[in-house]
Ligand binder design. Structure first.
Ligand code: GLU
Length: 346
C-alpha cells in the first residue's frame, strides 16, 4: 500500500514538473463582473477577486500550474498611466522568475488594447504575455469569460507563443497588441485587427498561428520601465467638421507635452487647426497626426507639409495607441526626427 502511495506521489510530482507555470494577474473588468440576473445587461464590473476567476475554471489546472495575483481592481475606462506602470512592473517581476513560463492578464475590454500595446513596448521578454477578459458578466447566460480564460492560459502555455509580443486572446481568436482594436460595444466578438487580420485561432485550448506582427516589440523594444517613473501628458483630439481649434491652445496652456490629432482621412487637420498645431510645436509640444478612419497609414507630406510645421505622422497606429507611443518616446527625446523614426519602427 505504501509503495502504491509513493508511486502515485512520484507520478503526480513528475506530471506537474512537466507542466508549464502560468501566472494570472487580475486587474478587473467584466470578467470579474457580477450581474443582477443571468439575462440582464446590467452588472457591476471589477468585483470578483482572482481566486473566484480561478475557481470558476478548474480546467485550467490541467493545462498548467496556475498562480493568481490581484494587481488592481478597476474597470478599464479608469485605467491610468500610474496603473500601467504598476501592472508593467508586476509583469516584469513575474517574467523574470526562472520557473514562470508565461503570464495571463485579465482586464476590462474597453482599454485592453491600450494596456496590451503599452506592455508590448515596455516588457522585455520572449515569454508569452496574454491578455483576456469578457463581454458578459460571470453569471450571464453564455458568459464568455471562462472559455476566454481557459484559452488565454493555454495560449500562454503554448510552445508557439514565445517571442510573438503581447497577445490578446478573445472569442477564440489571437490578436497582436499593436494592431488589435475594440470594435463592438456589447458583442462577444468585440475585437478585430482591421488592417491585417488575426494572428491565429485558439479552439478549446489548441492554438494555430498564421502570421506575426513584424514591428519592434517586447524583447526588441528599447523602452524600459526601469527608467520611467511618470508618463508625459499627451492628449488626443478627435477631428470633425468645424473642429474648435482653440481647444488646442488651451491644452498647451494647461501644460500638455504632446498632442495626437486624430484627423480626418489621411490625418488631415483643418487650416485653422494646422496653425494651432504649428504654434504648439513652437511651444515645444510634440504633434502627431493620426487618423480617425481606422485603416491605412497617415503619410508624410500629402496634404500637410509636415516638415514645414514640425509634425510627426503616426503611420497606421490608431490614435489611442499613438498616444502611448508618443508618451514613451517623450521619456527619451523631443527630437522630431527621432520620434518619427519610432513611429515607423514600433
Ligand atoms: N467597461 C468595463 C471595462 O472595460 C467593463 C467592460 C468589459 O470589461 O468588457 O473594464
Amino acid at each position: 500500500m505504501k509503495i502504491v502511495i509513493l508511486l502515485l506521489f512520484i507520478y503526480t510530482a513528475a506530471l506537474s514538473a512537466t507542466k508549464p507555470k502560468i501566472v494570472i494577474l487580475a486587474t478587473g473588468g467584466t470578467i470579474a463582473g457580477v450581474g443582477q440576473s443571468s439575462v440582464t445587461g446590467q452588472y457591476q464590473a471589477s468585483k470578483l477577486p482572482v481566486e473566484n476567476l480561478l475557481q470558476a475554471v478548474p480546467e485550467i489546472q490541467d493545462l498548467a500550474i496556475v498562480e493568481g495575483e490581484q494587481v488592481c481592481q478597476v474597470s478599464s475606462q479608469d485605467m491610468t498611466g500610474e496603473i500601467w506602470l504598476q501592472i508593467a512592473r508586476k509583469v516584469d517581476e513575474v517574467v523574470n522568475q526562472a520557473d514562470v513560463d508565461g503570464v495571463v492578464i485579465t482586464h476590462g475590454t474597453d482599454t485592453m488594447e491600450e494596456t496590451a500595446y503599452f506592455l508590448n513596448l515596455v516588457i522585455q521578454t520572449r515569454k508569452p504575455v496574454v491578455m483576456t477578459g469578457a463581454m458578459r458578466a460571470s453569471g450571464s447566460l453564455s458568459a464568455d469569460g471562462a472559455l476566454n480564460l481557459y484559452n488565454a492560459v493555454a495560449l500562454a502555455a503554448s510552445p508557439q507563443a514565445p517571442g510573438k509580443g503581447v497577445l490578446l486572446c478573445f472569442n477564440d481568436q489571437i490578436h497582436a497588441a499593436r494592431e488589435v482594436t475594440k470594435v463592438n460595444t456589447t458583442n462577444v466578438n468585440a475585437f478585430q485587427t482591421p488592417e491585417f487580420g488575426i494572428l491565429g485561432y485558439i479552439f478549446y485550448g489548441k492554438a494555430s498561428f498564421y502570421r506575426e506582427s513584424v514591428r519592434k516589440h517586447t524583447f526588441r523594444s528599447n523602452f524600459n520601465i526601469k527608467e520611467i517613473n511618470t508618463l508625459p501628458k499627451v492628449a488626443v483630439f478627435y477631428s470633425h467638421a468645424d473642429f474648435d481649434s482653440s481647444l488646442i491652445g488651451q491644452s498647451v496652456k494647461n501644460g500638455i507635452q504632446g498632442i495626437v490629432f486624430a484627423g480626418t482621412g489621411n490625418g488631415n487637420p483643418s487650416e485653422a487647426t494646422i496653425q494651432a498645431l504649428a504654434r504648439s510645436v513652437k511651444n515645444n509640444v510634440s504633434v502627431v497626426r493620426s487618423s480617425r478612419t481606422g485603416r491605412g497609414p497617415v503619410t508624410l507630406k500629402a496634404e500637410v507639409d509636415d516638415e514645414k510645421y514640425g509634425f510627426i505622422v503616426a503611420d497606421n497606429l490608431n490614435p489611442q495607441k499613438s498616444r502611448i507611443l508618443l508618451m514613451l518616446a517623450l521619456t527619451q527625446t523631443t527630437d522630431i526626427a527621432k520620434i518619427q523614426q519610432m513611429f515607423f519602427e514600433y
